[in-house]
Design a binder for this molecule. Structure first.
Ligand SMILES: Nc1ncnc2c1ncn2[C@@H]1O[C@H](COP(=O)(O)OP(=O)(O)O)[C@@H](O)[C@H]1O
Ligand SMILES: [Mg+2]
Length: 233
């Protein structure tokens, strides 16, 4: 029976990057239940990041539907799309995308500026940023440090705190553990799973590390859900 209220639903989605013989994807169906944690595995170049960009509405499908919390990105204006994304999705990018000259605290609190509902769930953004840093094993004084001066592993944890603040219903993470040591990776994942359990947050995490599989509710492989369209005209 189909899930009556999935956080994410893709139906018959097609997308091709511009250019001759460019890489393209066709996803027949993909859905994520509320509170579900899913690991998406796939080879490098199989289109995982492209798929996440479609889910976040940063690129628009050529055909088909991408619904987040029952809303189709295609029906929103660009401004509405940015606001909707900020409310619904906590994003952890492969390259973190922190503001290097802003403090760790300001980086973590940033999504709240664009997402009033997330902001309303946080009593004190500074305190919450501090709490998240602590949970992720970052030293207390890091909060006033400029993000660009941190190590790669520390920046990754700041990016996770920024995604978690204000408990958006969907967390999307693109290979977030690749720059973390084993111990940090463990606390990083534990925090994501704890938020998922406590707030019914769904987690879609991309990795090429199949060893993480048994920690997730479900594992899917790109080859099961997506066809690549490389050569067709
Ligand atoms: N910004 C882009 N412009 C054009 N083509 C792109 C772009 N990003 C990715 N691609 C194409 O999509 C293919 C899949 O890339 P990507 O989605 O990043 O895969 P993965 O994340 O699985 O490694 C790449 O081989 C590349 O050809
Ligand atoms: Mg990628």
């Amino acid at each position: 029976m189909p899930d009556p209220d999935p956080i994410l639903l893709l139906e018959d989605v097609r997308y091709r990057w511009p250019g001759r013989r460019a890489f393209g994807l066709h996803v027949g169906q993909l859905s994520l239940a509320r509170g579900e944690t899913v690991l998406l595995l796939g080879e490098s170049g199989s289109g995982k990041s492209t798929l996440l960009s479609l889910i976040c509405g940063t690129i628009a499908a050529d055909a088909g539907r991408v619904l987040v919390a029952d809303t189709d990105f295609a029906k929103l204006s660009p401004g509405q799309r940015d606001k909707f994304r900020a409310e619904q999705i906590g994003l952890i990018f492969q390259q973190f995308n922190l503001l290097p000259f802003a403090s760790v605290r300001d980086n973590i609190a940033l999504p709240l500026q664009f997402a009033p509902k997330r902001r309303a769930r946080v009593k004190d953004p500074s305190q919450e940023a501090r709490r998240l840093c602590r949970e992720l094993g970052l030293p207390d004084d890091v909060i006033t440090t400029r993000a660009g001066t941190l190590s790669v592993g520390q920046q990754q944890r700041v990016a996770a705190a920024r995604a978690l603040i204000g408990t958006p219903p969907l967390i999307i993470a693109d290979e977030p553990t690749s720059s973390l040591d084993a111990e940090t990776q463990e606390s990083f994942l534990e925090l994501l799973f704890a938020q998922s359990r406590a707030h019914d947050t769904s987690l879609l995490m991309v990795s090429h590390d199949a060893r993480l599989a048994d920690q997730f509710d479900r594992v899917i492989h790109m080859t099961e859900i997506a066809q690549t369209l490389r050569d067709a005209a």
